[in-house]
Design a protein around this ligand. Sequence first.
Ligand SMILES: Cc1ncc(COP(=O)(O)O)c(C=O)c1O
Length: 377
Amino acid sequence: MNEIAFTPQVLNLLQKLDEDFYLIDGKKITESFESLKNSLPDNFNILYSVKANPNSRIIRILSESKSMFDICSLSELSLCLENNIGPELISVTGPAKSKHELDEYLKHEVHQINVENLEELDYVLANKKFRTKIFLRINLSYFTHHFGFSTEDTYEILKNHHKEISGLHLYYKSQILDEKLIKEHFKNCATFIKSLPADWIGHFYAINLGSGLGIPYFEGERELNLKSVFDGFNDYFSDIQFNKPVSYQIESGRYLVGRSGKYFCKVLSIKKIKDRQIYITNGGIHHAMILGCPFMIIKKNFNFSTSKDLAQKEYDIATIIGKTCFSEDILARDAKLPKLEKNDWIAFHNMGSYGESFSPVGFNGFAKLKTYFLQDL
Ligand SMILES: Cc1ncc(COP(=O)(O)O)c(C=O)c1O
């Protein structure tokens, strides 16, 4: 990993800290947003998926870039409102929304609710406020995931309610690094929409394509080529007869904020078990579950660097573990790294998304974690 984590500024911060933490570079968030925006054809809106990192400052940074916001809960709604995000910029997605939650979304007149089951649809149809638009979340069934309506149910719903439906939501997958797969998804979305009678879709307002834009986490992975992702996009949809130009939505968390963050933890102790060298750190899966690779069958090590990278010429094969009592609290397995000492720091890269928000922070009851911003150092 050639990215420099231990700059003089950061080393200065490390001297003052004793706990693990996240460090976010706000500038990189703006850069990611701009690079995505500049790669998109006209008529696109970018929605930031707050679940990726619900930090207020990140929300404000993306608000300055004129992002819209994708939320899943009332607390994410409050967070957006507290940070002066207008409800007209908010879209709600999630497989199960209670009546109370729907009432709140409708009361605030959020821009759109992406409904995922018949109960939600009936309730929103009966209680809809003037401004909120109803979108149907569709399951195009590439995977066996349980989100959205089946295509069969979608035909049935649109047959009866097409006048009240303003668009479709077609998110299906995260962390895609293969441009071809994303393009294939866009084409499939267009094919599905073309299969719908013209009078059901003519009045549509927007199409949410999801995206799943990924970022490199592991050795050998490369950045997505956004130009290639959106090349030819207009051709897929050009022969659909909408009555007025529709807008398209891209929903992304990881691509916008993932590369802005690093997770830092430091070595508390070093031991050997049989011939395995083990570094015990003050971090762990309670603050960075993503490093425990919960979805991976074959575990890989995320890219990281250490405060000894530049100075040390001797290497170890070692395992880095966290401080929780979970046996899978392993931050890196049998990794090649410089010989570390107590109080040396390790920085895991591209950890700006699904860090704290995707971690069991209450597990074992350790101190709450802090997030710092590079711009404040
Ligand atoms: C519906 C929906 N939208 C957006 C996202 C954000 O995904 P990512 O952060 O990988 O862009 C997810 C992730 O799970 C999702 O389920």
